[in-house]
Design a binder for this molecule. Sequence first.
Ligand code: HEC
Length: 223
Amino acid sequence: MGVYSKPVVFAILSAVVILIGTVVTVFIPMLMPSTQPVSDYVKPYTVVELEGRDIYIREGCNNCHTQTVRPLRTEVLRYGEYSKPEEFAYDRPFLWGSRRTGPDLNRVGGKYPDSWHYKHMKSPQSMFDKSNMPPYGWMAENRLDTRYSKKKISILGYGYTEEEVERQIAGYKARVTSPSYDSKEARNEVTPEELRNELTEMDAVIAYLQKLGRDVKNMEAEE
Ligand code: HEC
């Protein structure tokens, strides 16, 4: 009979066994470096990309878009190289998502020029008749709020100094407002005149979209 006839002892022993199992399969791997791979190719977000990411979360883009290409032939053919754990080293929180009303975005960086995104964000239906993505043209009417950028960067531990944060914001602003910016026409079309020399929320979201998968594409190009 032994332990099977003693419900209390049995319950305690089972709890101990499950506890050991949990520690071995969950907590030990959590502390092992091999489960947290890092890659020299994967760079942290720039300040503007991070602000764009926050807007992406605010608007719930992740409710329609995943950011994980699964290692399935059909997905790799459609989106490109499947997602690797090290790519998400700087994602807090993760935006893997679970609903695919729209396509996966983990490899969208570099797929289109910025100008395409300005037009698509303003009116997805102008690019794809049947798109059920809502238009986000109003984002170009909102000046990008960078008041908390330094705080966010320091909390996330990206290691940029305060001067670096300012330099990055000024640098991106100079890029998109420059007369030689290759997507100037599309940007001017969606951005109200008084904001053309400022950074808008749409600029930041597009900077973020262009970062998705870029590091992996650079890695493949060098291999
Ligand atoms: C209601 C669901 C929905 C929401 C919310 C949504 N999208 Fe989409 N999105 C779609 C669908 C459907 C498509 C495919 C058709 C198209 O391109 O318009 C798409 C396409 C895209 C594409 C083009 C992808 C490609 O590879 O061609 C991008 C980029 C994109 N969305 C970004 C965003 C961003 C950024 C947000 C949030 C500001 C957002 N989406 C919110 C449904 C959505």
